[in-house]
Write a protein that binds this ligand. Structure first.
Ligand code: 13P
Length: 239
């Protein structure tokens, strides 16, 4: 839909020559395209993006600095010229055992650094099959979201749709995005209406129009199909 925000999450993919993809995305002239390359490419990505594409991190530490070997703070991302940070991705919740409290602390750190923050939520297949998708997502929202709406974007990514080629039905997307909207309004009042809610999980050029056409879907968080400018811009064109 017009005005959709399309965010690429490159995950642990990309070497130096991959920034050419970001240069091509930047050259499209399409607004509202964000890309989160691995930390190692952020510096170069910011340069080639030349302000036309917002570059972000896929994670940040909750602290500004200190003895945390291998970690990167939100302040460091901002210092490189990043505009946003993704927190609470399901892969980090699973692989790094991040809790809702951890995710909330990272979200607060991102806000404190002046970044926009994408807070990710989503249920597993077993949870959906058990009929608890809304309960799970509701609990994740309650525990992960900061008290301030500063720069907040929410991403709904059902774990079972990530990298699988499977997606929820358009009706299921509309239903759970409507549920998330209700939770945001209950928490933030009328201001909760304006929070952008992205859908993520096997978004491709072929299914983007249908998924992004659902109520309360304000854009997409894209993994595999964000790795080349061609497919990423194909999604943007369909959005
Ligand atoms: P895929 O688009 O590869 O399913 O990944 C979605 C995702 O996890 C984006 O954060």
């Amino acid at each position: 839909m017009a005005g959709s925000l399309i965010v690429g999450n490159w995950k642990m993919n990309g070497l130096g020559d991959s920034v050419a993809e970001i240069a091509a995305i930047a050259g499209s002239g399409r607004p509202d395209l964000w890309v989160a390359p691995p930390f190692t490419l952020i510096d170069r990505a910011v340069i080639v993006a030349a302000g036309a594409v917002s570059i972000g991190g896929q994670d940040c530490h909750a602290k500004v600095s200190g003895a945390h070997t291998g970690c990167v703070s939100a302040a460091m991302l901002a210092d490189l010229g990043a505009g946003f940070v993704i927190v609470g991705h399901s892969e980090r919740r699973a692989d790094m055992h991040e809790t809702d409290a951890d995710v909330r602390a990272k979200a607060l750190a991102g806000q404190a650094a002046g970044l926009q923050i994408i807070v990710c939520v989503g249920e597993t297949e077993a949870q959906r099959d058990a009929g608890t998708a809304e309960a799970v997502v509701g609990a994740q929202l309650a525990g992960s979201l900061p008290d301030s709406l500063d720069g907040l974007v929410v991403a709904y990514e059902p774990v079972w749709a990530i990298g699988t080629g499977r997606t929820p039905t358009p009706e299921d997307v509309a239903a759970i995005h409507g549920f998330i909207r209700g939770q945001l309004q209950a928490r933030y009042g009328l201001n909760g209406r304006g929070v952008r809610i992205l859908y993520g999980g096997s978004v491709k050029p072929e299914n983007a129009a249908l998924l992004l056409g659902q109520a309360n879907v304000g854009g997409a968080l894209v993994g595999g199909a964000s790795l080349t400018a061609t497919s990423f811009l194909g999604i943007a064109a369909a959005a």
